[in-house]
Design a protein around this ligand. Structure first.
Ligand SMILES: [Zn+2]
Length: 111
């Protein structure tokens, strides 16, 4: 068996700091049976990405996205499993939207 490599401390190498991005702080169960069912239903009823449709192209949606963020819904006391809060999006549009939301206020923060 291979020997485990020892970690060598090199003081001239700066430790990596995780990118300053808002962590998920909701405790929504994205792996729960109920969510998987609602997600499948949403993608069944609305199989095309809504943002792509707005751009005039048709793309298969793969993500059921909460329109106000989940943590907003939970904070307001709304049911995050209600399909009226869901939008079908392709991965590209979903990631760009959640990226924008995660970095909201970034750069405005005082350091
Ligand atoms: Zn799209």
């Amino acid at each position: 068996m291979a020997k485990k490599l020892q970690k060598i401390k090199r003081p001239w190498i700066v430790d990596r700091v995780p990118f300053d991005r808002e962590r998920r702080d909701d405790d929504f169960d994205y792996n729960g049976r109920r969510w998987r069912k609602v997600r499948a239903q949403q993608l069944d009823l609305f199989p095309c990405c809504c943002d792509c449709e707005a751009e005039g192209i048709t793309t298969v949606a793969t993500v059921a996205d909460h329109e106000p963020q989940v943590k907003v819904l939970i904070a307001r006391g709304d049911d995050p499993y209600d399909m009226k809060w869901l939008m079908s999006r392709c991965k590209k549009h979903h990631d760009s939207k959640s990226g924008r939301e995660a970095h909201k206020g970034y750069g405005v923060k005082s350091r």
